[in-house]
Ligand binder design. Structure first.
Ligand code: AMP
Length: 485
């Protein structure tokens, strides 16, 4: 099923940047629109015209925030960066909306971040003791403070020094003077791609954001790579790649987060999801009349499962795309109601039939339980649940908003207990080796490239410093800021 503000679990963030185009503000708004699935809570754009910075940031969706001609018209200049946010750290405060902007000793600096830092609060405490005054509760702000106190006298030097101190997952875009910068953490946990639109350069979280503006894909920014784009062109370096760091791209991007029409690391996300579905059919076959996806995110794997098993795929669940986020509070009771508002069983195809239901993951189990109930209520003879990822048993600290480990169903229960909980006739997850085989034809421990698969294995590639230090960070609730945009 796709993320909804009603579900309580949400995507990370999306970032976008453009250099060398007179419509940089409008292009960035379009790019953010294509990346809307990565964050729906707030969005912002900062542009630069060679002399001045212009900024617009708002709670809510991109079309509402940037739909008005005067807003786009006000974002002047040939360079811009933008950000879609779903809060993975910090709260829903207007001052947490990115891009963040600071007047540093060398001038204005704007920054947008996708990911989550795992030592941000530890660093923040040290900075606050030295006198730093933080304006937001987001982890990203520490980068600005580290740059502000750096003794290096060049901006790139300050940025590299700051980045050298942070740990975690980060794909960043930054704008200052007449330069656009893009960089990824040494493990490349979160995505970032480079594109071209005529003479202009584009940076984006996903290739679907290049497609929307007619830009061509050039390449992925590599793990630990920094690109600096200015009027002379693009320069690449690897100042953050430390010895022993291996690429650990987030496997959950393939399973759930990324848009299926995007390409990541040269792989089609849609194609990978189909392969995962086919592998799931091989690992966990079942006799049934129809394969039914929990829409939309379960659809590509369900198509793969159907093709491999020979069981016909049917639209047995119809999703209402017009369900808004506005008026329903995410209490448990309403969350349950939300699932019913969003999906309806297609009784004509379900009544009396044995159904294989495919979804990408079970987190708290709320969705699966409701969907199984709904399909039974529509008259299914049997309901077999198949999940196109291994059990989600560990919390993510790298930018995916998951509940704490103790709230994850797979942390508390084994597969049989989960089956009973969701009320299915059978339940199977793809194995971790099966997932790797689907993605790269070899098992997890075969010596091939690894992903970050910590949510399934508990194997965290970057130290969880804040967690180990029991360092939770600032908590500020400002109702006026929550209410006003
Ligand atoms: P739950 O109802 O708590 O078991 O959540 C599982 C549902 O949420 C699945 O249908 C997934 O498609 C979706 N989902 C899983 N992980 C996330 C996430 N991090 N953000 C948004 N939705 C998610």
């Amino acid at each position: 099923m796709d993320a909804s503000p009603l579900d309580g679990f949400h995507e990370e963030c999306g970032v976008f940047g453009v250099f060398g185009h007179t419509d940089s503000g409008a292009l960035t708004a379009l790019g953010l629109h294509a990346l809307q699935h990565r964050g729906q809570e707030a969005c912002g754009i900062v542009s630069f015209d060679g002399t001045e910075f212009f900024s617009h940031r708002a709670l809510g969706l991109v079309d509402a925030a940037f739909g008005a001609a005067d807003v786009i018209g006000g974002l002047k200049g040939h360079a811009a960066i933008g950000h879609n946010r779903y809060a993975t750290t910090g709260e829903t405060l207007v001052r947490n909306i990115q891009p963040l902007y600071a007047d540093l000793s060398f001038g204005g600096f704007a920054l947008a971040h996708n990911g989550n830092l795992t030592n941000a609060h530890t660093i923040r405490q040290a900075l606050v003791r030295q006198g730093s005054l933080f304006q937001s509760t987001t982890d990203t702000e520490i980068i600005l403070h580290l740059m502000a106190v750096s003794t290096r006298n060049d901006v790139i030097g300050r940025l590299v020094e700051a980045i050298g101190q942070i740990e975690g997952a980060y794909s960043l875009v930054a704008l200052w003077g007449d330069r656009l910068v893009g960089l990824r953490d040494p493990h490349g946990i979160r995505p970032l791609v480079l594109g071209r639109l005529g003479e202009s350069y584009i940076l984006a979280s996903e290739t679907c954001a290049l497609d929307i503006i007619g830009a061509t894909f050039v390449r992925d920014i590599g793990p630990g790579e920094m690109v600096v784009i200015d009027r002379k062109g693009i320069q690449s370096s690897f100042p953050f790649a430390y010895k022993g760091a291996e690429s650990r791209f987030c496997v959950f991007e393939y399973v759930y987060f990324a848009r299926p029409d995007s390409f990541m690391e040269g792989r089609s996300v849609y194609g990978m999801r189909r392969r995962i579905g086919a592998e799931l059919a091989r690992e966990a076959p079942v006799e049934a009349d129809y394969v039914v996806a929990v829409p939309d995110s379960g659809v590509p794997s369900a198509i793969g499962y159907a093709e491999e098993s020979g069981i016909p795929f049917e639209l047995g669940i119809i999703r209402n795309h017009y369900i808004g986020r506005t008026f329903i509070e995410p209490t448990n009771q309403i969350r349950n109601l939300g699932v019913k508002l969003k999906h309806n069983a297609n009784r004509a195809f379900i009544e009396g039939k044995r159904i294989v239901l495919i979804d990408d993951s079970i987190v708290r189990g709320t969705t699966s339980k409701k969907i199984v109930e709904m399909v039974r209520a529509a008259g299914a003879a049997q309901v077999h649940m198949r999940i196109s990822s291994p059990p989600t048993a560990h919390s993510c600290f790298y930018g995916i908003d998951t509940p704490s480990t103790s709230d994850l169903l797979a942390h508390k229960m084994d597969v049989e207990a989960i089956r009973t909980f969701i009320g299915a006739d059978s339940l199977s997850y793809i194995s971790i080796d099966g997932l790797y085989r689907a993605l790269q034809d070899t098992g997890r421990d075969s010596g091939g490239p690894r992903f970050c698969d910590a949510c399934f294995t508990g194997d965290y590639p970057v130290p969880l410093t804040d967690h180990a230090n029991n360092c939770a960070g600032a908590k500020v609730t400002d109702l006026r800021e929550r209410a006003g945009t």
